[in-house]
Design a protein around this ligand. Structure first.
Ligand SMILES: [Zn+2]
Length: 353
């Protein structure tokens, strides 16, 4: 198992399952969880026990039917209701009773959402965050916090958004994932916000991006470069509206392009097969034009075929960055069996470039 320095957190079974037309049974969820574990993700968010009966059942069955070798199960739920103790909140009780080692709490961090959606005060929302995190920690669960609509909240009221992060961290949350819930961010601005929040709070941060601007993966990669150490995504980019950050594309970028070892288990080499296996469970035809979507010539397959080559290389013709620089200058090498497979495939399959 990888250490705790960097988290790959899958939310296919909770956030991804909100995609229109995607209807997973408990048995489906158990199968997908096994695939994700085989891939080597660190955390699998199983659902929202106490709010969705099927998810309560998932955690009950997972306790005896899932034998995860790499991943840790996480239960998703919200902070306590306003005006009640965390210990007396029925939804918080369901999180405790899920027996999930990790609980990921969703919390409001946008001032207007607190007042208009929760219909409570900004101060009470901070207490809801702190009390719930402390309570679950005292009960022996590890706690992550999803700061919902964080980036909109930051624009509306920076100080309050940062106070939400600070409160969760001081109460004992291990990670505060900043959520681009409406998927409206672009990479440059998102990176600047991450830098500011890290500097202003000192908390360990994660990132959760939706893909409404088509930048969910790019935003997540920028967030890592800015200092987050926990990334969330969904298999095949499932999720409501335009979907969530495609976990497969994201971890490929992290591992193959940026040199982070983020997957345990069979990992990148089995990624395309696992992506298709999950598609068979969801009954959604794989998009073969997506990265990792093609069985024979996806960039993941191309790059993994050379991933054991020295990383001192500059860049090969297929930009996989794993081919030794010296080899490209040699026509003999280019034409030999050791020429980078990415170069060979692309020139053969796509003569117009
Ligand atoms: Zn989401």
């Amino acid at each position: 198992m990888l250490d705790d320095q960097f988290h790959v957190y899958d939310t296919t079974l909770r956030d991804g399952a909100q995609q229109e037309g995607l209807n997973l049974t408990v048995a489906d969820k158990l199968v997908i969880a096994r695939h994700l574990d085989r891939l080597g993700v660190g955390f699998i968010e199983g659902g929202w026990p106490g709010a969705i009966p099927k998810d309560t059942e998932f955690f009950r069955r997972a306790a005896t039917e899932l034998d995860l070798r790499h991943a840790t199960l996480a239960a998703f739920g919200s902070t306590r209701k306003a005006g009640v103790k965390a210990a007396d909140d029925a939804q918080v009780a369901a999180l405790r009773e899920s027996r999930a080692p990790v609980v990921t709490l969703v919390a409001k961090s946008h001032d207007r959402h607190v007042e208009l959606a929760l219909r409570t005060t900004l101060d009470e929302n901070l207490k809801m965050i702190g009390d719930t995190v402390r309570h679950l920690k005292e009960e022996g669960q590890r706690v992550f916090l999803d700061a919902e609509h964080f980036f909109d909240g930051y624009r509306s009221n920076r100080d309050y958004a940062l106070e939400c992060v600070r409160t969760a961290a001081e109460a004992g949350a291990d990670v505060i994932a900043l959520c681009d819930t409406n998927g409206g961010m672009l990479p440059t601005e998102l990176g600047d916000v991450i830098t500011d929040v890290l500097g202003g709070t000192g908390a360990r941060l994660g990132i959760h991006c939706h893909d409404d601007t088509g930048c969910a993966v790019a935003n997540s990669l920028v967030a890592v470069q800015a200092g987050v150490t926990h990334v969330q995504g969904c298999a095949n980019g499932y999720g409501e509206r335009a979907g969530n950050a495609n976990l497969f594309t994201l971890v490929s970028g992290l591992q193959l392009k940026q040199g982070h070892t983020v997957l345990d288990g069979e990992g990148i080499r089995e990624m395309t097969r696992i992506a298709h296996a999950i598609s068979e469970v969801t009954n959604i035809t794989p998009d073969t034009h997506r990265p990792c979507g093609r069985r024979r010539s996806g960039w993941t397959r191309t790059c993994t075929s050379t991933s054991t080559r020295p990383r001192s290389a500059t860049t090969c013709a297929c930009s996989c960055r794993t081919w030794p620089a010296g080899r490209r200058s040699s026509s003999r090498a280019r034409n030999s069996a050791t020429t980078c497979p990415g170069t060979r495939r692309r020139s053969a399959a796509s003569p117009t470039g």
